[in-house]
Write a protein that binds this ligand. Sequence first.
Ligand code: AHR
Length: 311
Amino acid sequence: GASLLATACLMSSAALAQTVGFSQIGSESGWRAAETTLTRMEAEERGIDLKFADAQQKQENQIRAVRSFIAQGVDAILLAPVVATGWDDVLEEAKEAEIPVVLLDRMVDSSKDLYLTAVGSDLVHEGRVAGEWLVGEVGDADCNVVELQGTTGSSPAIDRKKGFEEGIAGHDNIKIVRSQTGDFTRAKGKEVMESFLKAEAPGSICALYAHNDDMAVGAIQAIKEAGLKPGEDIKVVSIDAVPDIFQAMAAGEANATVELTPNMAGPAFDALAAFWNDGTVPPDFIQTESKLYTQADDPQAIYEQKKDLGY
Ligand code: AHR
């Protein structure tokens, strides 16, 4: 009897298993890799069958993946959109097929009725926190800042730039003297920082603002190779709070980071579960926390805590 019942339960839960397609951008950063790992883990814990598609940073691959998920008749789609524009048609197609789409970590310019909800942080706020941190750090001293932007056209690159500019607004002693994309990668962060160091007069760069930690880690290497001390000669502030930046902070080579949680899938699956269950429509935007960490926060201990959390 008991084993028959168990089999029946298993069969019914198998019948209820939902299938979710996840169109991920790629693996450009440690943060992104952690988001992928945690999404897989969250899906597994909830008995969700996750179909994963890595777009290798290309929007056309993401559009193709979403179309294929629609053709397969998945129960929902998670989309981490590489850039903000160009999604209307494919989102319309998902809507016509009655497949709810949840955006993860980046936003799109499309109208809100084309997706169920978006899970993410306040990206402008993150940039503002980084800018305000620098204001507090340099006081009245003159400070020339170089900026490493994220992927061109992506919502975090647009909003983190805007937020930082808001954060330093009214402090004319702080100036952004160079700003270029490093595409959210360590390699490009290093390469572009090398070009900044060559272009600016020796000793004239006071701070680096990087839209993510990976670019900051690459840039730290470039600063060291130029014979300067990152964290001292050039202050380093960035965003994500991945384990490697805490290691750099513990070594005195980075100064501050703003945390972005890589677990966007947890809130996304919660919203989907409620929607599947009784049609509950989630809020337009499910906001995750952003927290500033500095060298005063025992970075070595945070590194130890974080290093096994999917990064
Ligand atoms: O969209 C979030 C950003 O994308 C993260 O800050 C960055 O590391 C990632 O690649």
